[in-house]
Design a binder for this molecule. Structure first.
Ligand SMILES: CN[C@H]1CN(c2cccc(OC)c2)S(=O)(=O)c2sc(S(N)(=O)=O)cc21
Ligand SMILES: [Zn+2]
Length: 231
């Protein structure tokens, strides 16, 4: 069909001919390969400051291309400030990218290293833009924290997410997902690389300030959950 995904006929190499020319013509397309030796230290950058209210988590859903947890972003309940950011960015959702095997799955690559998966925490600049739809079209509209995921035997924080996958086997299924603190998914060290990029999926808008954490977290195998309809 006409919907994009990650298969041989609808994957990233086809997105430019599926209505998203920016995939080929864009100036700041993500993901990128980060070469740590080429990164420059910037003394003007501040530490990331996360203030998340677990009560603002709402639901978990199978979007057909990912597993996503949505948050109440009608007020400043869960916000990101600091780093390179001007103003407060509200947490809207987090979601995952992973592969069919543990050797690959992350979108960003650091010094040639692929990780088993990657967690994205998506925030939008609610100080400057009146709604998410406006922010996603602006060059400083979104800030996404990327966290690399490694395979391990167990990760209690992820356990709650994996357990809820049982009833999310079909595309567009959704269930309630309350009192979850995204901080539990983050590594202890919040050192990061930052660059100006885009959404890594259609519509590939060039509106993301990327914050890629240097330290990965460990996750249990998610590859037993293939997202239906994504290939
Ligand atoms: C399907 N995936 C995207 C969904 N989005 C979306 C939803 C509605 C409208 C819209 O543009 C008008 C974009 S999104 O902005 O939440 C994000 S963030 C992101 S990633 N992997 O770069 O972190 C991918 C997507
Ligand atoms: Zn993502």
């Amino acid at each position: 069909g006409c919907s994009w995904g990650y298969g041989p006929k609808n994957g990233p190499d086809h997105w430019h001919e599926m209505g998203f020319p920016i995939a080929k013509e864009g100036a700041r397309q993500s993901p990128i390969e980060i070469k740590s030796q080429e990164a420059k230290y910037d003394c003007n950058l501040k530490p990331l400051n996360l203030s998340y209210d677990p009560a603002s988590s709402k639901s978990i859903s199978n979007t057909g291309v990912s597993i996503q947890v949505d948050f109440d972003d009608c007020s400043d309940r869960s916000v990101l400030t600091g780093g390179p950011l001007c103003g407060k960015y509200r947490l809207r959702q987090f979601h995952f990218h992973w592969g069919a095997c543990d050797g690959h799955g992350s979108e960003h690559v650091i010094d040639g290293k692929n990780f088993a998966g990657e967690l994205h925490l998506v925030h939008w600049n609610a100080e400057k833009y009146s709604c998410f739809g406006d922010a996603v079209k602006a060059p400083d509209g979104l800030a996404v924290i990327a966290v690399f995921l490694k395979v391990c035997d167990s990760n209690p924080a992820l356990q709650k997410i994996v357990c809820s996958l049982e009833c999310l086997k079909s595309k567009d299924s959704k269930s309630e997902f309350k009192d979850f603190s995204p901080c539990s998914l983050l590594p202890s060290c919040l050192q990061y690389y930052t660059y100006l990029g885009s959404l890594t999926t259609p519509p590939l808008c060039e509106s993301v300030i990327w914050l890629v954490l240097k330290e990965p977290v460990t996750k249990q195998p998610l590859d037993c959950y293939r997202i239906p309809g994504s290939s």
